[in-house]
Design a protein around this ligand. Structure first.
Ligand code: NAD
Length: 262
């Protein structure tokens, strides 16, 4: 019988937005696959609970309070990873917000636009700005940036700032991949479809809005954060060693569909 593989053995992974949703599921899964995990989030109590859960299962994790929209915080989270575990191999820039007041071009307030860009786009830039030197010191590594299917398709339920921010993440990820390819640093964008997480359910806050979104999903259901975590695990691990610059879509078929079965 083949030995079960531990896919992130000896690796140190930093995950932003790891107190909830995709980040939380990824932290737990990455730790179960042998990684030492830095849980970085703006929400402390839930983040420390993720660390406690990992430790109670025999894994290693550490929390660092981080607002990814602040350069100093991102510098500190990377320093925390290197000081705590000696290196950084995987940088999962996953933190993101979807403001309920994010709307169409006419209705969206400038402050909503600025905050969305600061977290979703500048946060990824800051993660890379401070994380890439650490990946270099480790001899290379894997960057995974969470974008969204809305960067690939227009949605009729408007969320202009969010959509634009995720388009920026996709474009930035391609350039990161090309620029750092010879340094043994890979960069890929994870494009989740609509998920049954708090983030989306708060935005699609009526049954009608949820049904409207599901009409477009061939599988006829929302995805689960754990399904994104498994995709992120593959991108983070050496199993994807020849994969860089991709838009890795995990969306129940939504971007493949013209008309969905009813
Ligand atoms: P979530 O709300 O469950 O988790 C997001 C996490 O990010 C939370 O723990 C939150 O505290 C943290 N966060 C928010 N602002 C932060 C900041 N400034 N600094 C640090 N941490 C911050 O949502 P999720 O669905 O797990 O979202 C994760 C990522 O997936 C986001 O980038 C989101 O845009 C993206 N995404 C989600 C969906 C979906 O349907 N839920 C679809 C496509 C993409």
């Amino acid at each position: 019988m083949m030995e079960p593989t531990v896919r992130l053995a000896d690796k140190v992974a930093l995950i932003t937005g790891a107190s909830s949703g995709i980040g939380r599921e990824s932290a737990v899964l990455f730790a179960a696959e042998g990684a030492r995990v830095v849980v970085a989030d703006i929400v402390e109590e839930a983040g420390r609970a993720v660390v406690a859960e990992i430790e109670s299962s025999g894994g290693s994790a550490s929390f660092v309070l981080t607002d990814v929209a602040r350069a100093a915080d991102c510098e500190a989270m990377v320093r925390h990873a290197e000081e705590t575990y000696g290196r950084l191999d995987v940088l999962f820039n996953n933190a993101g917000i979807m403001d309920p007041a994010d709307d169409d071009a006419v209705a969206t307030e400038e402050a909503v636009w600025d905050r969305t860009m600061a977290v979703n786009l500048k946060g990824v830039f800051f993660g890379c700005k401070y994380g890439i030197p650490a990946l270099r010191r480790a001899g290379g590594g894997s960057i995974v940036n969470t974008a969204s299917f809305v960067a690939l398709l227009g949605a009729a339920t408007p969320q202009l700032a969010y959509t634009a921010s995720k388009g920026g993440v996709l474009a930035m990820t391609r350039e990161l991949a090309v620029v750092h390819a010879r340094e043994n640093i890979r960069a890929n964008a994870l494009c989740p479809g609509p998920l049954r997480t708090e983030l989306l359910m708060k935005f699609l806050d009526t049954e009608e809005k949820r049904e409207r979104r599901l009409v477009h999903v061939p599988m006829g259901r929302f995805g689960e954060a754990s399904e994104m975590a498994r995709a992120a695990l593959w991108l983070a691990s050496d199993e994807s060693s020849y994969v860089t610059g991709t838009t890795f879509t995990v969306d129940g078929g939504i971007t493949a569909a013209y008309v969905t079965p009813s």
